[in-house]
Design a protein around this ligand. Sequence first.
Ligand SMILES: [Mg+2]
Length: 467
Amino acid sequence: MHGPPESQEPCGTFGPDETTGATSTAASRGEARRLPRGGVLWALVDCNNFYASCERLFRPDLKGRPVVVLSNNDGCVIARSAEAKALGVPMGAPEFKVRDMLRAHDVAVFSSNYALYGDLSQRVMRTLATVVPRVEVYSIDEAFIPLPAALAADPVAVGRTLRQRVAQWVGIPVSVGVGPTRTLAKLANRLSKQDSAYGNVFDLTPETVDMDRVLASVDVGDVWGVGRRSAEMLRGRGILTARALRDADPLWVRQRMTVTGWRTQQELRGMPCLTDDDLPVPRRSIRSSRSFGQMVRTLEPLREAVATFTARAVAKARAEGLVASCIEVHIRTPRHTERPRYDETTTITLPCPTADTGLCIRHALTGLERIFREGYLYAKAGVTLFGLEPAAGRQGSLLDLLDGSHEHKARRERLMAALDAVNLRHGRGSIRHGAEGDPGAAWHMSQKYRSPRYTTAWEELPEVLCR
Ligand SMILES: [Mg+2]
């Protein structure tokens, strides 16, 4: 989607020819649909078994045959086709433990190919953008889509169109969940896959389903944004289902689960209250992104922002003992503006998995230059790392040895450890990469009125004068 600004506008090619099958939605019954606050419904589009589907795309002979994809260096199972799931191949299983089983069932095994997955992801997202006015890429295989009133009148038809068009234009199967909030859309997406009767499109709105019954059937741990620890805490209190969480005392939820849990609860109640700055980070990825304090027009401040976010995300990966295989870079103009809008994401596959800040910044900036377009006022940038795996368990690549970079890499690792140690002691950003620019630059989040960080920053300690 690198065309001129006008190509960012919706094509509006949403025709009745594509809305196959009779639907008995509110719209087709001629009923008015009550839209939630904000006037939109949300759809979540999720690619089914994405990596496995990508592998199958160029190998039609694999249709119906179980497919699994392994992590880098062929360590663990990270994706399974429906057939592989049915065989009981566990997610995350080390390859050597399931090798015999894979062989016995003639499973097609692939090493992960992030260059392919990243590119197909972008094709899927671009295809979605030909049907709807706005696509908010959430992860490599998921996007949130706000459905304005005209499309929200018959969301199931829109979902079917999205599914059909992506299947026809890209060849990847997707599922669509619809709900009054992002959290409910996410839940609806999950449900759309559970029963083939839904045809991979599920509308979870009070007009179409019995919300009480549906939410009571969902385990509280399966609610988007409820982590494992929160789920355990909730179960201990007898809150077992999404319905029970929705109906819990909001004050108690806020106390025990902070404002994050409270937002989730509000969203379950159909009140949209997540902004795209506080969406839960997609599973198995690390994200750093922010809206700018002041919008920027040129490449230079965007470079600084992307470098800064990359440095933060990569430092986080190191703190968790992880290396990344891929970097996704995202820039966009404000969501609500009269000016021309632009919203683009690109994926860069790293030559080998790494948690080296300098290297990651270089690749992220290459990605940024690929998607940057002149003539827009940018409001936000973000960097997401995925294809994460433990740094420790990683076998050295033969290539590392061949080009004599083994020693260089060990030196870089020590450098990164020193950088983390200094920043831990003296505060984030005490030592930065030059590319990150001036920490006082205008694009940083505006906090002109922030009180001094009395207790965590040496330079902002309260001063006492004795005479
Ligand atoms: Mg998926």
